[in-house]
Ligand binder design. Structure first.
Ligand SMILES: Nc1nc2c(ncn2[C@@H]2O[C@H](COP(=O)(O)OP(=O)(O)OP(=O)(O)O)[C@@H](O)[C@H]2O)c(=O)[nH]1
Ligand SMILES: [Mg+2]
Length: 203
């Protein structure tokens, strides 16, 4: 897709801060430091649109970006920057979960993992949560430039085994995988926005 416009809209901790207009929306989530913000910049061919950092925990709020004046991309805060920190999880979980279940217009969760890291229980929980919330779950293994072809094939098998699907190989530094990810996202942007219900409403 040709990106003629990409702009930051707002940051929010909860639904009172989400943009009020509803458009097709794609969210990007994953562990802290996996390269969520870098990947969004790479996907949009913008260098500094989304703030990135070598220090984990840079993105603390939900950040909304308006793309081509038509779609929202949301950069979600990462989890796991303070390993096992209960206060961190207590802040992160409701912020993400209420967004994933309640945000009208949200079509898909792009779940980003680090190619070098075997997925743990947090990753499985996020994938399951997205599916239960009725979202399309797109799995991406980022930082492919950091490993050899051989090591990356092995990691892909491990990630597939843990999370039940083959990830799209991506490098936010070289742009590997960009076309494949756009192919997965583009049709969703052209779908009609229909009301979503939290899982408990549908029973
Ligand atoms: N080699 C390599 N480094 C990457 C890649 N993507 C991101 N990085 C680096 O990883 C670090 C973290 O990147 P961010 O994009 O800030 O990661 P994030 O997931 O948004 O992090 P939080 O906001 O803290 O959750 C930075 O130093 C990036 O330059 C990649 O594909 N390859
Ligand atoms: Mg970030």
């Amino acid at each position: 897709m040709r990106i003629h416009n990409a702009e930051f809209v707002t940051s929010a901790a909860d639904d009172s801060g989400w943009p009020s207009d509803i458009r097709p929306e794609i969210a990007f989530a994953g562990r802290s430091n996996v390269g969520k913000s870098s990947l969004i910049n790479n996907l949009l061919n913008r260098k500094g649109l989304v703030k990135t950092s070598a220090e984990p925990g840079k993105t603390r709020l939900l950040n909304f970006f308006l793309i081509n004046e038509k779609y929202f991309f949301t950069d979600l805060p990462g989890y796991g920057f303070a390993r096992g920190d209960k206060a961190e999880i207590a802040r992160w979980k409701p912020m993400i979960e209420s967004y994933l279940t309640g945000r009208q217009g949200l079509k898909a969760l792009v779940h980003i993992v680090d190619i070098r890291r075997e997925p743990d229980g947090m990753e499985t929980a996020l994938a399951e949560f997205a599916a239960n919330a009725g979202l399309i779950h797109i799995l991406v293994a980022n930082k492919s430039d950091k490993v050899s072809k051989l090591a990356s094939a092995k990691s892909v098998r491990e990630i597939e085994k843990a999370l039940g699907k083959k990830p799209i190989l991506y490098s936010a530094h070289t742009g590997e995988g960009k076309d494949v990810l756009w192919k997965a996202i583009t049709p969703l942007l052209h779908e009609r926005v229909t009301p979503r219900h939290a899982p408990e409403d549908t029973e």
